[in-house]
Design a binder for this molecule. Structure first.
Ligand SMILES: Cc1ncc(COP(=O)(O)O)c(C=O)c1O
Length: 467
C-alpha cells in the first residue's frame, strides 16, 4: 500500500515538473531500438518536395526541385478496381488471416495466365503489401539474409528493425550489376549459417535489370547446392518492357523460392496495401500455419473490402490488360529516353532499364571532383545534388546499401502526370524515335529540365576541380 502511494506521489511529482517545464507535455520515453530506425530517404525527400511544391502553388517560385527520388507509379488505379472497392465497402467483417479463398483462387489463376506457373491456392498467402510479407519471410525463416547491392531501399531498414543478420553481396558494374553464380557460390561458402535466404529482385530496383531464364537457372543451381532459399521480389514483373523476357523463379526453383508480388506497382495501388507471397512448393502445413499465426497475431487480416476489390484486380479483365500494356510502354519510353540522356552527360554511366521505373547512375568517374567539392561519401552525393542551385533529388549511399566510397544514385523516372500521359498515349501512341521524344517532352517536361540541371551540376564539378 505504502509502495503504491509512493509510486503515485512520484508519478504526480514527475507530471507536475513536466507540465511546468514543457507546456503540459508528458515525457514519453521510447525503447532505445527505435532510435536506430530512420525515416526512409526517399520518403523524407518526397515529403520535402511535396511540401515545397504545395507552398509554391499560385506563386512564382524561386526554384523547383527535380524529383528523381520517390518511386511511386504515376498512373491512376485501374477503374475496375476502384469500382470493385466501392462495391465492397460494406464488407466490414473480419476475414481470413491468410487471405479470403476467392482472392487466393484469383491469384492462382493470375500467376497461371501471366507467368505460366501452376500454384495451388493453399501456397498463396495474402498480406498488407509485399513489404510486410518480406518482413515475415525475414522474421520466420532461420539463417542470414543475403542482399545484393545496390539494392531497394526497403530491405535494410526491415532487417535492422528485426535485428536480423544479413550480408551485403556487392554486384559489379562490368556485369550490369547482375549476380554472377561463381561469385555467389564463393560468397555463400564463406558464410557461417547452415541456411540462407538470398533476396533476388527483378526487374530490379534500382538498376532496372531483368535476368534471362538461363541466368536464373545458374543462380538457382548455386542456391540448391548451398541450402539457400530465394526470396524472389517480383513486384515489378508485369512492368517488364518486353514481357516475354520475364521469367519467374517459381518456374525454376519452386521448392526453394518465396515469390512476392502485389498491386503496388503494375496496378498503381500502393496505398491499397495488398500483396501476396507464394510459399515454396512442398511447404509443410506447419510452415503455412506459422505464417498464418504471425499474421493473425500482428494484423488479424488484410482489409476485407480491399481483398474483395483485389479479386477483380487478379481476375481476367480486358481493361486491366490494356492498362498493363499502356503503362508498361510509357515506362519503357521514359526509361530508355532518360537513361540515354543521363549517359550522354560526361563521366556519368547509367544502366538501361528493362522493366520498372528506375535506373542506376554511377558517378565514380567524378569521385575526385566530388571529394574536392565536399562530398566525402556516397551519402553526401545526394546532398550535393539537391543543393542550390541544382535541386536534383535522388537516393544514394547507405539507403541503397553502397560502400561509402561508391558514388552511385538511384534515379526514379516517374515525376510526371501519369493519368494525362496515359490518356495521351491511348489517343495518339507516339511513333518512331521522333514521336517518342516529342511525347516525353510534352508529358514529362520537369524531368527533361532535371537532365539539364544535372548537366550543369557535372560541368560545375569539372570546373571546380580544374581550378
Ligand atoms: C523492390 C521493391 N520491393 C518491394 C516494394 C514494396 O511494395 P509494397 O507496396 O507491396 O509493400 C517496393 C516498393 O517500393 C519495391 O520497390
Amino acid at each position: 500500500m505504502i509502495n503504491k502511494l509512493l509510486k503515485r506521489h512520484k508519478y504526480i511529482a514527475k507530471l507536475l515538473t513536466t507540465q511546468r517545464g514543457n507546456n503540459l507535455a508528458l515525457n514519453i520515453e521510447v525503447e532505445s531500438y527505435v532510435d536506430s530506425i530512420k525515416m526512409p530517404e526517399n520518403v523524407k525527400i518526397g515529403l520535402m518536395i511535396a511540401e515545397a511544391r504545395k507552398n509554391c502553388e499560385g506563386t512564382s517560385c524561386p526554384f523547383h526541385y527535380y524529383g528523381f527520388a520517390f518511386g511511386q507509379s504515376p498512373f491512376h488505379v485501374p477503374p475496375p478496381m476502384v469500382d470493385a472497392l466501392c462495391t465492397n465497402a460494406h464488407q466490414g467483417h473480419y476475414s481470413d488471416a491468410d487471405g479470403i479463398p476467392a482472392l487466393r483462387e484469383a491469384i492462382s489463376g493470375f500467376v497461371n495466365r501471366h507467368f505460366r506457373s501452376d500454384v495451388e491456392p493453399s501456397r498463396i498467402f495474402v498480406g498488407p503489401g509485399t513489404k510486410e510479407l518480406l518482413h515475415f519471410v525475414f522474421n520466420i525463416i532461420k539463417g542470414g539474409v543475403i542482399i545484393p547491392s545496390p539494392s531497394w531501399i526497403g530491405y535494410y531498414p526491415l532487417l535492422n528493425l528485426e535485428g536480423k543478420h544479413y550480408h551485403t553481396f556487392h554486384s559489379k558494374p562490368e556485369h550490369d550489376y547482375k549476380i554472377q553464380p561463381e561469385d555467389l557460390d564463393e560468397f555463400i561458402s564463406n558464410l557461417p549459417d547452415k541456411q540462407h535466404t538470398l533476396v533476388l529482385n527483378q526487374p530490379h530496383n534500382p538498376t532496372g535489370l531483368v535476368y534471362s531464364k538461363h541466368e536464373l537457372e545458374s543462380i538457382a543451381e548455386v542456391c540448391r547446392n548451398n541450402n539457400t532459399f530465394i526470396l524472389s521480389d517480383e513486384i515489378y514483373a508485369l512492368t517488364t518492357y518486353n514481357f516475354e523476357d520475364f521469367t519467374t523463379l517459381e518456374n525454376i526453383y519452386p521448392e526453394g523460392t518465396f515469390v512476392t508480388n502485389g498491386l503496388s506497382k503494375d496496378r498503381s495501388a500502393g496505398g491499397y496495401r495488398l500483396g501476396y507471397c507464394i510459399l515454396p512448393e512442398g511447404s509443410s502445413d506447419k510452415l503455412k500455419e506459422d505464417f498464418k499465426k504471425v499474421a493473425a497475431t500482428v494484423y488479424t487480416n488484410v482489409s476485407t473490402p480491399t481483398q474483395f476489390a483485389a479479386v477483380t484486380a487478379f481476375k481476367p479483365n480486358p481493361e486491366i490488360e490494356e492498362y498493363f500494356k499502356i503503362t508498361r510502354k510509357i515506362h519503357q519510353l521514359m526509361g530508355q529516353y532518360f537513361s540515354k540522356e543521363f549517359n550522354n552527360i560526361s563521366g556519368i554511366s547509367a544502366t538501361t532499364p528493362h522493366g520498372g521505373f528506375y535506373f542506376y547512375v554511377d558517378f565514380n568517374e567524378h569521385s575526385e571532383a566530388l571529394r574536392h567539392a565536399g562530398a566525402a561519401t556516397s551519402n553526401d552525393l545526394a546532398r550535393s545534388l539537391i543543393s542550390h542551385p541544382y535541386h536534383i533529388a535522388t537516393v544514394t549511399g547507405d539507403a541503397v546499401m553502397l560502400r561509402p566510397d561508391d558514388y552511385g544514385a538511384r534515379i526514379a523516372f516517374v515525376d510526371y502526370d501519369g493519368k494525362a500521359a496515359f490518356d495521351n498515349y491511348k489517343q495518339n501512341p507516339p511513333r518512331g524515335a521522333g514521336g517518342a521524344e516529342e511525347f516525353i517532352k510534352q508529358n514529362a517536361p520537369q524531368m527533361v529540365s532535371g537532365v539539364n540541371a544535372l548537366r550543369k551540376y557535372v560541368e560545375s564539378l569539372q570546373h571546380e576541380s580544374e581550378n
